[in-house]
Design a protein around this ligand. Structure first.
Ligand SMILES: [Fe+2]
Length: 308
């Protein structure tokens, strides 16, 4: 039933600290009541909402489906004895609200997936045997490029019971497993296919946000964005590298409260007909990185959110 990731809400102890970080990351902000809402430049969809709170916490995840999917979802929630609830935050969102097995809030709306941004396509790549950019330079303005995130692609949540989370998000919400590391890590995609993962779960003692991830136009923008944040004094997370689970190039930077944000490019896409896809189920180090500039730091897998 779940076909798209719409946006993520967080509470943070200082909205202006959040604004400074996410604007330098490449998002555009506007006030919404007492909250700050962020969008990718030139796009119409809210992707991140920061709300004032005593501590940084992932507050809710907003997901999209179609009307048929909503009808099935409502039946599945009833069968699983999951009650619909009033909106737990003062946010102008349609749709339904409920909690997953570990108490994380979910909002599901009837909403179309974000269409691809086609106004400015990245330059063609000259790969051996497929030379597609002939007679022109890559991008004469490269020195002036900035990271311009195109869309929120996925988030990884911490879970005290990854298999229980997977059971709920697949059997009740209709998502599908793309790859997995036993009961330690699981990557889930939407019911209609699409990116290798829309939501993933990583084992921890309690819930929390591991990272949110935004697609950028090319490899240049991953590093231009990461280096911009590092020069401003934000802490490196992990990268540059290329994942095995999802195959995407990545660089993670720590937000001001210890969660990670990721720039990604070139993620695996799985069709609605997934008969050719063979999910992995292997140790975490076998899905982490084909290569990376450094090994993952010890704190890459730590949950920096305080339990409630
Ligand atoms: Fe990611």
């Amino acid at each position: 039933m779940i076909r798209s990731l719409l946006h993520v809400g967080m509470t943070v102890p200082d909205l202006e600290v959040g604004r400074a970080f996410y604007e330098l990351f490449g998002l555009e902000s506007r006030p919404s009541g007492t909250h700050l809402v962020f969008r990718c430049p030139g796009r119409d969809q809210d992707q991140l909402r920061l709300m004032p709170g005593s501590k940084k916490r992932l507050a809710y995840t907003s997901l999209g489906t179609n009307q048929e999917g909503m009808d099935v979802l409502l039946k599945k929630l009833e069968q699983a004895s999951v009650p619909l609830q009033k909106a737990p935050f003062d946010v102008p969102l349609d749709g339904i609200w409920f909690q997953d097995p570990h108490g994380d809030w979910l909002n599901v709306q009837v909403a179309e997936p974000i269409p691809p941004a086609t106004d400015k396509l990245p330059p063609e790549i000259n790969a051996h045997g497929r030379y597609r950019r002939v007679g022109r330079a890559c991008d004469p303005s490269s020195m002036h490029k900035k990271a311009r995130p195109i869309r929120l692609g996925h988030l990884i949540k911490f879970s005290p019971d990854v298999l229980r989370s997977v059971d709920f998000y697949t059997n009740v919400l209709g998502m599908k497993i793309s790859d997995q590391s036993f009961d330690i890590l699981a990557f889930l995609r939407g019911s209609g296919g699409g990116d290798h993962h829309m939501v993933a779960f990583a084992k921890s003692s309690h819930t929390g946000l591991h990272h949110v991830s935004f697609e950028v136009a090319d490899l240049d923008e991953i590093e231009i964005g990461a280096q911009t944040l590092l020069r401003a004094g934000y802490k490196d997370g992990f990268g540059l590298g290329r994942h095995i689970g999802g195959s995407n190039y990545f660089h993670y930077i720590r937000d001001p409260w210890g969660s990670l944000v990721e720039y990604f490019w070139d993620i695996d896409v799985i069709g609605e007909d997934d008969s050719d896809w063979v999910p992995l189920n292997c140790p975490p180090e076998e899905v982490t990185a084909v290569w990376a500039a450094t090994p993952p730091p010890h704190d890459f897998v730590l949950n920096f959110e305080e339990p409630d």
